[in-house]
Design a protein around this ligand. Structure first.
Ligand SMILES: C[S@@+](CC[C@H](N)C(=O)[O-])C[C@H]1O[C@@H](n2cnc3c(N)ncnc32)[C@H](O)[C@@H]1O
Length: 459
């Protein structure tokens, strides 16, 4: 598994003539190559940026990663000898420059080229800067002469390869999804993965209407979810661009941020009022918060101390007192005899690609075997702490059957005292129920992907 914490505090960048947002983008991509994750790396480095630069850097980084496959094809056709002969950092700089040239209309081409050339000079010397200059100029010349659409070159004859190229996804992921769904549905999934994910607020301690009024008064625009989106009760979608952490409503703990797919998991769980609950893979804590609305107490454990700090920060901000965070491995649970258990297992996260555009490039086919082995271990060990007659909800943010139905079906086959139990009527919309299991798919439901199954232990 890649590290989930952020890299050490960055040295203050020597900016010279390059804008801080571009320096940050290059350094964040360097972090990703070392195995760090996009969100914590970005957060760590973006501290000094104002809201406008932060948003711009985010657009550049997230966009470059979403379009990486497509950009690489365009660049490879313009580098003699291909991209493989270049230093990995130089390739990343070319990707950043090409994305600004082709996708960021606010950036004049000369600025995209000159700034990337300067970055290459600072990071790698004059030779690399000349190469970057030549390649980006060639790309810009072709775009100006023939338009961005004609840059794609030869479209692969194979339909699956063509989809992977057009929507910038690794071929092996497209292959596995195309084995499961018709190509038009796969294409809808790839397109959903490339759309910007909205910010969705969950009111805390006030009604959705009261929060909507507070946000609107602060100048935040609320957006209607796209038609056909399956929504979670009381959630509010914010229009893009709101500087969240600067909002009074955020600082005063009037909401937390959660995708509807995650909210649907806890609504589907429908744990009884006043229950003693454990959430053994809890960080960053959105589901623990939702469970705490009705639970007597939620024991919120996570193996990662660093990630658990985000749970603690949320608890402080929202003044929540009935969630007890602790560091612990779910394979050896440190709590016992609970009424209800949420096992939101670590997974490949293929349902959340629109939020984490680095993930599609980091995942390997072997992860589809490694993660299910861990999930099976956690499920077997953690189930022991549920009281007779209690509930266990196993969930993931994956859309892969190996991580969803398979571990649960294996568990049920060897644990006859457990039986699947659908949620109470009306807990979640019927559209996301599949034989009593929660199955949320980005291409069908317009939100992140999620899976959950509710299991009852014999009394
Ligand atoms: C899908 S995330 C949980 C998201 C969280 N439930 C929420 O709603 O915010 C999975 C979490 O499992 C944690 N984890 C991974 N392996 C673990 C283990 N063996 N025991 C406990 N936690 C683990 C990871 O650190 C990660 O925070």
């Amino acid at each position: 598994m890649p590290p989930t914490d952020a890299p050490p505090m960055p040295r203050r960048p020597i900016i010279g003539g390059v804008t801080p947002a571009r320096v940050l983008a290059a350094e964040t991509l360097a972090d990703l190559r070392k195995g760090f994750l996009l969100d914590p790396s970005f957060e760590r480095r973006a501290g000094g940026l104002d809201a406008r630069d932060r948003r711009w850097a985010q657009e550049l980084l997230w966009g470059t990663l979403r379009k990486r496959g497509w950009l690489d094809a365009l660049l490879a056709a313009r580098v003699s000898g291909g991209l493989a002969r270049l230093d990995a950092d130089v390739i990343d700089l070319l990707r950043l420059g090409a994305y600004q040239l082709l996708e960021m209309t606010s950036v004049p081409p000369y600025a995209a080229i000159a700034q990337t050339v300067e970055l290459a000079k600072r990071r790698h010397g004059i030779g690399a800067s000349k190469l970057v200059n030549a390649v980006l100029r060639r790309l810009e010349r072709d775009r100006a002469a023939h338009g961005a659409e004609s840059l794609a070159g030869v479209v692969p004859a194979d339909a699956r390869e063509a989809l992977a190229a057009r929507h910038s996804h690794p071929q092996w992921l497209v292959e596995r999804w195309a084995d499961r769904w018709p190509l038009d549905e796969v294409e809808a999934l790839l397109a959903a993965n490339n759309r910007e994910a909205p910010v969705v607020a969950r009111p805390w301690g006030l009604s959705a209407d009261a929060l909507a009024a507070e946000l609107t008064a602060a100048g935040v625009r609320l957006a209607e979810p796209a038609p056909g989106t399956v929504w979670a009760r009381d959630s509010l979608q914010l229009a893009p661009g709101a500087a969240l952490t600067e909002l009074g409503a955020f600082r005063q703990g009037h909401f937390h941020v959660q995708d509807p797919a995650s909210t649907l998991v806890t609504q589907y769980a429908a744990f009884p009022e006043g229950a003693t609950v454990a959430d053994l893979c809890a960080a960053p804590g959105g589901k623990a918060l939702e469970l705490s609305r009705t639970a007597a107490v939620v024991y919120a454990g996570d193996r990662s101390y660093v990630r658990l700090q985000r749970v603690r920060a949320n608890l402080r901000r929202l003044a929540v007192e009935n969630v007890i965070p602790f560091v612990g491995d779910a394979r050896e649970p440190a709590v016992g005899a609970v009424d209800a258990l949420l096992l939101d297992a670590p997974c490949t996260g293929t349902g959340t690609f629109r939020r984490h555009p680095d993930a599609r490039w980091r995942l390997k086919p072997s992860d589809m075997a490694v993660m299910p082995a861990l999930q099976r271990q956690i499920l077997r060990a953690a189930a022991r702490i549920v009281k007779p007659g209690g509930l266990l909800v196993y969930s993931t943010c994956s859309i892969e059957p190996e991580e969803n139905d398979a571990p649960v079906d294996d568990f049920l086959a060897t644990h006859p005292e457990w039986t699947p139990e659908p949620p109470p009527a009306g807990a979640v919309p019927d559209a996301v129920l599949d034989g009593g299991r929660l199955r949320v798919l980005p291409q069908r439901h317009g939100v992140d992907g999620a899976f959950a199954v509710r299991l009852r232990r014999a009394g």
